[in-house]
Design a protein around this ligand. Structure first.
Ligand code: ZN
Length: 478
């Protein structure tokens, strides 16, 4: 990853025809933890998330709900915002593809591509799944059934405008070669390269069969294809005053079903518009919930709001970040969540803070040589660089285990050893600051108990002696 002092991270923008579920939340939690980590490193951070609001599927969903399309997207977009608020997702911009500035940027972007003679009019014939808003080839869709929705595909034939994607095959292959971190994790990279080598078809970028979209400026019978314009949102956000410095993005986070759009179509579009390409895309796997695929159409959605109310926001964040190696598919198993909440958060972290603060209230602290955390900080930092938050949390909890062991061995409740209390309190400070990107609420509570600031400076300096009051219970056992 680049060493520039800015960090721009994006998530996929969610399609608003469904309610937010834990799969959407998982991705936002990872992006938020990364954004918070870079803020802690005093980088200038820009974190953008939002909602994707155009297309036939939304037009239909609004009709089915007996609502005006705009009203429908306004309501649903709000649900995503509400869920992210519950989870402490601290984005800098929530972009909606119905925002006015997005429409203007899409027009300008397309104008650049058009000047480069990469847009032409033609006829598109293909097999279409409305639920995916995607055309399939017979090769990808066995028996003409959508591989995702298991519903028959529609044969569609329409006048359309094409983007000359085929022109960029060589450019893309050269780019992947020169930028090995462009497609992460590496396991997805070969897949993309092999498919691009097979050749690229030009991309239909407009539709004339629907109205709910951004009008195509050159031909008002057409609106932009939702996928084409949605990708541009990442760039739109940086056209805001003062945000220009953030382009190109450091990292696009997306689900592996969107890999083709982000690693083939998007870089070709940017190249055609003569704009710099993002540094990395991270294409993560999917979560199942208690062993079942999460999706609206399969009737198995799970609300992050319900989970937060039951377990707390930090507990959900912690579980998502620690339980799943980022990138792979995972199963959101509620029993595993309860176990980690009880054994790791309540027993290990919660008890440590409670014990040390209770004893410090009684006996006070006395300065002593601190327990070194430099290696832990270095390891955590490396794991974050490698986009492995699970390993970063393993490191922090190794350090927490060490503090617990010291307390067990030295028994300050018998010895009234103020120095041991200082050493562990200082260790708790370091652990809490390192945990702050992952569990911001908990870190904040701990910082108030032990009177330190959550900052890089505070991580690198020793805890000041102060009057300590015993902490409230951080995690109630479930
Ligand atoms: Zn489909």
């Amino acid at each position: 990853m680049s060493n520039k002092s800015t960090f721009y991270v994006t998530t996929a923008i969610d399609y608003v025809n469904a309610e937010p579920h834990i799969g959407h939340a998982y991705q936002k939690i990872v992006a938020d933890a990364l954004a918070r980590w870079h803020r802690l490193q005093e980088k200038d951070v820009f974190f953008v998330t939002g909602t994707d609001e155009h297309g036939k599927k939304i037009e239909q969903s609004a009709k089915n709900a007996n609502k005006a399309t705009k009203e429908f997207v306004d309501e649903n977009s709000e649900k995503f915002k509400k869920a992210w608020k519950k989870l402490n997702i601290k984005y800098d911009r929530f972009i909606r593809t119905t925002d006015k500035d997005h429409r203007v940027v899409v027009e300008q972007f397309t104008e650049k591509i058009n000047k480069n003679k990469d847009i032409y009019k033609g006829i598109y014939e293909g097999l279409y799944c409305t639920a995916c808003e995607t055309y399939y080839t017979e090769k990808d869709a066995t028996n003409l059934i959508c591989p995702i929705h298991h519903k028959p595909l529609e044969k569609l034939k329409e006048e359309t405008y094409f983007f000359k994607l085929s022109k960029y095959q060589k450019f893309l292959l050269d780019y992947y070669k020169a930028n090995p971190d462009f497609i992460l994790p590496k396991t997805r990279r070969e897949e993309v390269i092999n498919r691009v080598k097979e050749g690229l078809k030009d991309l239909s970028i407009t539709r004339s069969s629907l109205e709910w979209g951004i009008p195509f400026p050159q031909d008002k019978k057409h609106v932009f294809y939702v996928w084409y314009e949605a990708l541009i949102n990442y760039y739109t956000a940086t056209k805001e005053k003062g945000k220009e410095k953030f382009w190109p993005a450091n990292l696009h986070i997306l689900g592996k079903d969107n890999t083709w759009f982000h690693t083939v179509i998007w870089p070709a579009m940017l190249k055609s518009a003569n704009l710099p390409l993002p540094i990395s895309t991270f294409n993560h796997g999917f979560l199942t919930f208690n062993g079942q695929k999460i999706s609206k159409s399969l009737g198995n959605t799970i609300s992050p709001i319900t989970l937060v109310e039951k377990y707390s926001s930090d507990s959900i964040r912690y579980f998502c970040l620690r339980h799943f190696p980022f990138g792979e598919d995972g199963n959101f198993d509620e029993q595993a969540l309860t176990d980690r909440h009880n054994n790791e958060l309540a027993n290990k972290l919660g008890n440590l803070v409670s014990r040390v603060s209770t004893l410090a209230e009684k006996y006070n602290l006395e300065k002593a040589e601190i327990i070194e955390s430099k290696q832990t900080i270095q390891n955590v930092s490396n794991h974050i660089k490698n986009l492995a938050p699970d390993k970063a949390l393993d490191e922090i909890f190794k350090f927490i285990d060490k503090l617990n062991t010291i307390i067990q061995d030295k028994k300050p409740w018998e010895t009234k050893d103020k120095k041991v209390l200082y050493q562990t309190a200082n260790g708790i400070k370091d652990a809490a600051i390192l945990l702050s990107p992952f569990m911001p609420e908990t870190a904040e509570k701990i910082s108030k108990t032990f009177n330190f600031e959550i900052s890089l400076k505070s991580l690198n300096t020793e805890l000041k002696i102060s009057k300590i009051k015993k902490s409230d219970i951080l995690f109630k056992k479930i």
